[in-house]
Design a protein around this ligand. Structure first.
Ligand code: ATP
Ligand code: MG
Length: 126
């Protein structure tokens, strides 16, 4: 899904909610996934000049999960450790989006290259 406007973020949130419901995640887990998606989509828009979100379902044995990938071709993150720290912002935010998202999911991967862009993949298992 494109992440080029605030309207796209609303649509992305709705899609994540819909898939979470279809996979029968608990209401609490649905909200965790939607909240993480919202933060990462907002970052892609605010700092990454827009990007894309991809949703995938995961199956591992009897386990079901949802994986979300956020990719942009913006300026990248020069210091990932610093960006992940609660309270760090290069803008006017609270600096809680990345750390908060990480705490809401079971898997969190971030890759970023200055001048190339950023890709963040998160997953939550039922
Ligand atoms: N996709 C991205 N591309 C480039 N820089 C990013 C990206 N996502 C995050 N950052 C950098 O990491 C910092 C921390 O992000 P985080 O989401 O934790 O906080 P914030 O967006 O500044 O504030 P908040 O999310 O609490 O409103 C950002 O201020 C920005 O400098
Ligand atoms: Mg943020």
């Amino acid at each position: 899904m494109p992440l080029k406007s605030s309207g796209d973020i609303v649509l992305a949130r709705q899609k994540v909610r819909q898939w979470s419901v279809e996979l029968r995640f608990s209401l609490v887990d649905q909200t965790k996934l939607v909240t993480a998606a919202s933060e990462l989509a907002r970052n892609a828009l605010d700092y990454g000049q827009g990007g894309e979100m991809t949703i995938e379902t995961l199956n591992s044995g009897a386990r079901t999960g949802l994986r979300l990938t956020f990719e942009d071709h913006g300026p990248g993150i020069p210091d990932i450790e610093q960006a992940m720290r609660d309270g760090f912002t290069s803008g006017s935010g609270m600096g809680l989006g990345l750390g908060g998202s990480k705490r809401l999911v079971n898997e969190f991967h971030i890759e970023s290259e200055v001048g190339k862009g950023t890709r963040i993949t998160v997953a939550r298992w039922k």
